[in-house]
Design a protein around this ligand. Structure first.
Ligand SMILES: [Zn+2]
Length: 278
């Protein structure tokens, strides 16, 4: 199994987002108003996976419309995101980094994708869905879809970016090895597990890719870098800090497992695009 890390744009967020250790209305308001000098530029990663059952994609990054010329464009961002989300993310999508541009550079089109897995519905993970029409399957945990009814998620996860796409909702089921003992076994052989890692959102999935005794864990936004689980620092943006801590403890245990080839976070500035084979 080969895992290719694709950079699908950038966010420029408050430095309290990756390591803030607290979530409240006040901290969120501060993050929206944070001046440029206190912001950090973080990558937005998607993952293309060559699996024996076909090509998988995990998350989609930003859409081209948010950054038509490949540079920061405040007016274009506001056509895609609400004013608060635009202020929170300050996104950029350089030329060649939109998901369909990555696919085209590899001689692929969306119809070559057997499954697109969405870890959660925040816009930096799903805005590129519009470029993937023709993919054979798009899957999302039902819990993530269900909880979008909550006001806080409705504000965070603009429905127009995903509600009209043909998303197949999969149910978490009992699993021994997961923070809340919930996971989705995509192919029934434990080679692709969507493990519920709640806290950032209720329904968020990490994706555990397993081949033989080796595995790679795509931690989504449960952590922003290894520092989160090594020092037990929760990210400063999310929904439930206690659940974030529980998810971090599980990730720390996976990272310490001798079978672990890598734990990758969706916004880790310490990671450069590369490929991993297990
Ligand atoms: Zn994210």
């Amino acid at each position: 199994m080969k895992i290719h890390i694709l950079r699908c744009g950038e966010i420029r967020v408050s430095s309290t987002v990756p390591f803030g250790n607290a979530i409240s209305a006040v901290s969120t308001a501060r993050q929206l108003a944070e001046p440029d000098r206190k912001r950090v530029a973080l990558p937005v990663f998607s993952y293309l996976i060559e699996h024996p059952n076909g090509l998988l994609l995990v998350d989609t990054g930003w859409c081209r419309e948010i950054s038509p010329e490949g540079v920061y464009d405040a007016a274009a961002v506001k056509k895609v995101l609400s004013a608060p989300l635009a202020a929170f993310y300050r996104p950029t999508l350089p030329a060649g980094e939109a998901i369909h541009e990555h696919l085209a550079a590899r001689g692929l089109s969306p119809s070559d994708l057997d499954c697109v897995i969405l870890t959660h519905l925040d816009p930096d993970h799903v805005a590129g869905l519009r470029h993937l029409r023709g993919a054979k399957r798009i899957v999302l945990p039902e819990d993530e879809y269900f909880w979008n009814c909550r006001a806080v998620y409705k504000a965070r996860q603009p429905q127009e970016l995903w509600i009209h796409e043909p998303i197949e909702r999969l149910y978490y089921r009992g699993a021994a090895d997961a923070p809340n003992r919930w996971a989705i076994d995509l192919y029934g052989d434990e080679s692709v597990l969507l493990v519920n890692v709640p806290g950032h959102t209720d329904g968020q999935a990490a994706v555990l890719l397993r081949k033989g005794g080796k595995f790679v864990l795509l931690a989504a936004d449960a952590a922003f870098s290894p520092r989160n689980w090594r020092e037990n620092i929760t990210p400063g943006f999310g929904f439930d800090r206690q659940q974030q801590l529980k998810s971090l403890r599980w990730i720390a245990a996976k990272a310490a497992d001798p079978g672990c080839a890598a734990v990758l976070c969706s916004h880790d500035p310490g990671v450069l695009p590369h490929s991993i084979e297990i």
